[in-house]
Design a protein around this ligand. Structure first.
Ligand code: DAT
Length: 180
């Protein structure tokens, strides 16, 4: 994995992104428990802090007020030590992150997970297609330096454990390079 970036932060910020259902929350929850980094579930924060506007009938969800959300998170992010969890990534400031982890799945696994979450019709199809076309990975690669973007599959409990180990290893490297 790429060497950590030079930063004034006392602890790194990482971004965990990927299509809905690939396993971001599951990974972030474990990581936060093990490392003490703060898990920022952006969907929940947006809802709790009134950063949603309008409503998309097709996808049955609200639009995100990105400016309001970003302004509200600036102080927290500048201190470091956060795990940001969101299904999109291009609108976050590039300077916020020391590493970007794109969680991936295969279409059968994702289809089953989203179906059991109650997704149907166009919402289900579009999300599965999003994964097939690796849209979120491409978005991350075009928004962040390619050497800080890491792709990881999380289809099984074993892959989840491996991802947790790899990210914890990356974190140790970050602190070692920082000399703390
Ligand atoms: P996301 O936060 O990306 O929407 P999630 O963490 O809520 O996804 O996971 C969706 C479902 O998949 C949930 O029921 C837990 C399960 N899951 C996640 N990662 C897994 C893994 N590596 N192995 C098996 N099941 C997993």
């Amino acid at each position: 994995m790429a060497a950590p970036q030079n930063t004034d932060r006392k602890a790194p910020n990482i971004l965990v992104t990927g299509t809905p259902g690939v396993g971001k929350s599951t990974l972030c929850s474990k990581l936060s428990e093990l490392t003490g980094l703060t898990w920022l579930d952006i969907s929940k924060i947006a809802k709790d802090h009134d950063c949603l506007e309008g409503f998309d009938e097709t996808y049955q969800c609200s639009y995100l007020d990105e400016d309001k959300l970003l302004d509200g998170l600036e102080d927290t992010m500048s201190k470091g030590g956060n795990i940001v969890d969101y299904h999109s990534n291009e609108f976050f400031p590039e300077r916020w992150f020391d590493a970007v982890f794109v969680v991936r799945s295969d279409n059968t696994t994702l289809y089953d997970r989203l179906t059991s979450r109650g997704y149907t019709g166009k919402k289900l199809e579009d999300n599965v297609q999003c994964e097939i076309f690796q849209t979120i990975l491409e978005e991350a690669k075009s928004s962040y330096r390619e050497e800080i973007v890491h792709e990881m599959y999380s289809r099984t409990p074993e892959e989840l454990e491996e991802n947790v180990r790899n990210i914890c290893g990356w974190l140790e490297g970050w602190f070692r390079d920082k000399g703390e």
